[in-house]
Design a binder for this molecule. Structure first.
Ligand code: ADP
Length: 480
């Protein structure tokens, strides 16, 4: 019962059986309502009553009034016509019955009449002490109309079920069998079209689990199947991309750790085996070892921060932050470096910007990082400008420099982890590992904002940070 095919077959069979049951009940109800055979029988009796009555039989009947002769005459008609024949007064009192059981009873009172006019009576009766129903039709005997001449016959026993059994059952069973054959065929066809994509998906999923990430399903078939295939393909692409990213990540980390480790090893070796003979050279070697270790520590710090953000473990200590104050602090701490590098550092903040609900330390880290980059890349005599403005419910902080700029094709990748613009020069000049902007992006996004970079080679770069402001001003918060 596990496969789609058998389930489909079972449900089709159930549907067919249900349909047949409904049809059978409908036919039965129809027959019961119409009481088909009884109707036929009444028509028959009506014709018979007329036929018998128009013979001189009636006159004879009336003439032969003595009860025993009347009974004999009735008996004769009954025998020749194969009917029960009853004679009753107009009041309904039976004065003669070929079966003899009703004499003395009042038929009009005891019977169930389905029709009663001056010209005809029609109905059924059940003689006392029996289960047999009799159907009858009576006519008044002309010309006096003082007697009813009644012909009667046994009502067919369970007529409806018999009729149903004889006429309906076998076509219904045939229809059921035909339906069953059709449903097997349909189940087979449908299960093929439903099960095949599922089997394909399962096979592709197994292949991915085994490390073959180049799995793409065909986008064909019904809408749901196409949707499944397209979601699956998207998932496969993402798995592949994330596997690739993981491999790149490990490769990058190893590479970036190897370089400082090699130089640490080299210079410590020089100290150990005395190649760095005098104090000055030992100092230089120790200085390099110190710098490289510092670089590694910074990289490991960055990696740990990214890992914590990836794992959703970085909790932002959110509180109202005054951006003007925060930016002034960041600029002040970098002012000496700017002065040293001969770079003008300017802040231009619009007043009256409402506080931002964020983590002050992380935001300071974000802007310091961006300012640090700008200062690193801006040559002496250049300018780094920080602007703060508000647009709708967003604060926009832009950091613009007059550095070398970033080529367009590289600009869109600067937020990727380990991505470095013109890596050889950048690394030798700045010793960065390409994690700074990736961290900035994560920090901005953790605050519900976004970051964008614009740059013109030879003119400078601009990094804009858009941060949503606290969505309710303090007054509103009180009112709520
Ligand atoms: P790193 O930590 O190595 O500086 P980032 O992620 O901060 O890495 O930056 C990525 C790349 O973008 C770096 O290679 C850097 O050269 C370049 N970059 C970042 N900011 C600027 C800027 N203001 N002007 C020119 N290049 C920049």
């Amino acid at each position: 019962m596990g496969s789609i095919r058998s389930r489909l077959l079972a449900s089709y069979t159930l549907v067919i059986l249900a349909c047949l049951a409904v049809v059978s009940v409908a036919v039965l109800l129809f027959l019961l309502r119409r009481s088909f055979p009884e109707q036929q029988m009444y028509l028959d009796l009506a014709a018979k009553s007329q036929a018998v009555l128009f013979r001189p039989v009636a006159d004879e009947l009336l003439r032969k009034q003595p009860p025993e002769r009347l009974a004999a005459a009735l008996q004769r008609i009954a025998d020749t016509q194969q009917l029960r024949v009853i004679l009753a007064e107009s009041s309904g009192r039976v004065i003669g019955d070929s079966e003899d059981a009703l004499t003395g009873h009042n038929l009009l009172e005891e019977a169930q009449l389905s029709r009663q006019t001056a010209e005809v009576i029609q109905g059924s009766f059940r003689p006392a002490g029996t289960w047999q129903r009799w159907l009858f039709v009576g006519r008044p005997i002309p010309p006096s109309h003082t007697y009813w001449f009644i012909v009667s016959r046994r009502a067919p026993r369970l007529p409806v079920f018999q009729l149903f059994g004889e006429n309906m059952l076998s076509p219904l069973v045939q229809a059921g069998l035909l339906g069953l054959v059709l449903s097997v065929l349909l189940a087979w066809l449908i299960s093929r079209s439903v099960a095949r994509p599922i089997q394909q998906t399962a096979a592709a999923a197994r292949a991915i689990a085994d490390g073959d990430y180049d799995q793409q399903l065909p986008l064909s078939g019904p809408a749901e199947v196409r949707e499944l295939a397209s979601s699956f393909n998207q998932m496969a692409r993402q798995v592949k991309a994330s596997q690739q990213a993981q491999r790149d990540f490990v490769a990058n980390v190893s590479h970036d750790l190897k370089t400082p480790l090699t130089s640490i090893q080299g210079f410590s070796q020089a100290i150990l085996d005395g190649t760095a003979a005098d104090r000055e050279e030992t100092q230089r070697a120790a200085g390099i070892i110190h710098d490289e270790a510092d670089r590694m520590r910074r990289m490991v710090d960055d990696l740990l921060l990214l890992a914590r953000m990836d794992a959703g473990q970085l909790q932002l200590a959110r509180q109202p932050v005054d951006l003007v104050e925060l930016l002034a602090g960041c600029v002040a701490s970098l002012e000496p470096r700017a002065r040293q590098g001969g770079v003008t550092l300017q802040v231009d903040a619009v007043a009256g910007i409402p506080p931002l609900n964020g983590d002050g330390d992380r935001l300071a880290q974000l802007f310091t990082n961006l300012l640090d980059n700008a200062l690193k890349h801006t040559p002496s005599g250049g300018r780094v400008a920080v602007t703060l403005e508000q647009q709708h419910r967003e604060a926009i902080v832009a950091i613009t420099d007059t550095g070398p700029g970033i080529p367009a094709e590289q600009l869109e990748r600067v937020f990727e982890r380990f991505y470095r613009v013109d890596s050889s020069r950048a690394r030798s000049q700045t010793k960065g590992v390409g994690l700074g902007l990736a961290i900035c992006k994560e920090l901005v996004e953790a605050h519900g904002g976004r970051i964008a970079a614009e740059s013109v080679v030879g003119v400078g770069s601009k990094f804009s940070v858009y941060l949503p402001l606290a969505d309710s001003a303090p007054t509103l918060a009180h009112r709520r």
